[in-house]
Design a protein. Structure first.
Length: 290
């Protein structure tokens, strides 16, 4: 069973006494960007994002991302004067000879595939905003955020938009959060609105293999929008934030076969990327420090 945005506020789930009203939880990683950084800083090793993956062959990250003014920040950026990041794809965004894909993705620097971010109970935070200057081509399927297992065999969850391959997509201008791709469960969906950040907190219990979703738009506090749902989270792996554009008219190996248009100039804007340790039930619902 999945839940749409219209179901916000109908679930009780975790006791409210365990939910942090502000950012008070222990962080596993913090990939929010200080205002004194520039895009060129991500070409070299740094403690925010992996400087090698994922982008087109021969490119560096200063060619695949732009940092935006702190005033344009998301829910968990504004108070700290932190900058959102624009992730871009072009015709050159061909990673690892996957000629039918166009990809540019950010991976947290400490997330090596076997680290503690995919152990215990964690809450992954991120915000996503349409890039109105570089719109997506919604006749294609896009993966925007996903956890890819360490053996590359599945995604334990994935946020998609556009026309989902193999499905009858009623409205491609929708954010759809799926559970493990081996099961195909749709956990939550919401319209992908222009001009506002869409804020997610995904509670991942790697011991119990469950997932729960919290969501809001703009600067509103996060609200619980699903129950605790069974979802296979085994396999550890790495979190990806960016644009993975799949082809149309594909057959066989989707990474090698299918059509992409020429002149691609598309992007998505991210903010507030961090992960909390929620073993004690702590989840930040608002950025306000009390």
């Amino acid at each position: 069973m999945f839940y749409s945005h219209s179901r916000i506020g109908l679930f009780l789930g975790l006791s409210s006494s365990l939910l942090a009203l502000a950012q008070e939880c222990t962080l596993q990683f913090d990939s929010r960007i200080d205002a004194d950084l520039a895009a060129v800083d991500f070409n070299d090793p740094n403690d925010i994002f992996n400087n090698q993956f994922v982008l087109g062959q021969g490119l560096v990250f200063s060619q695949a991302l732009r940092l935006l003014p702190a005033a344009a920040g998301s829910l968990f950026d504004i108070e700290g004067g932190l900058e959102p990041v624009q992730v871009l794809i072009s015709d050159d965004s061909i990673f690892n000879d996957q000629v039918a894909f166009r990809r540019a993705e950010l991976i947290p620097a400490s997330n090596d595939g076997t680290d503690a971010s995919t152990q215990g109970v964690k809450t992954l935070h991120f915000s996503v905003l349409k890039d109105l200057q570089r719109p997506l081509n919604l006749s294609h399927e896009y993966q925007l955020v996903f956890l890819e297992s360490a053996d590359f065999s599945t995604n334990q969850f994935v946020l998609k938009t556009g026309t989902i391959l193999g499905q009858n997509t009623a409205d491609p201008d929708t954010l759809q959060l799926f559970g493990n791709l081996n099961d195909g469960q749709l956990l939550f969906s919401t319209p992908f609105l222009p001009g506002v950040f869409h804020n997610f907190a995904i509670l991942l219990d790697f011991d119990a293999s469950t997932t729960q979703v919290f969501f809001s738009t703009a600067n509103d506090d996060l609200l619980q929008v699903t129950d605790v749902l069974q979802n296979d989270l085994s396999g550890q792996g790495q979190f990806h934030f960016g644009v993975l554009k799949k082809p149309v008219n594909s057959a066989g190996d989707i990474t090698q076969n299918g059509d992409q248009p020429d002149g691609i100039d598309e992007g998505i804007i991210f903010g507030g990327i961090f992960q909390e340790d929620s073993a004690d039930g702590c989840i930040s619902l608002t950025a306000n420090v009390e």
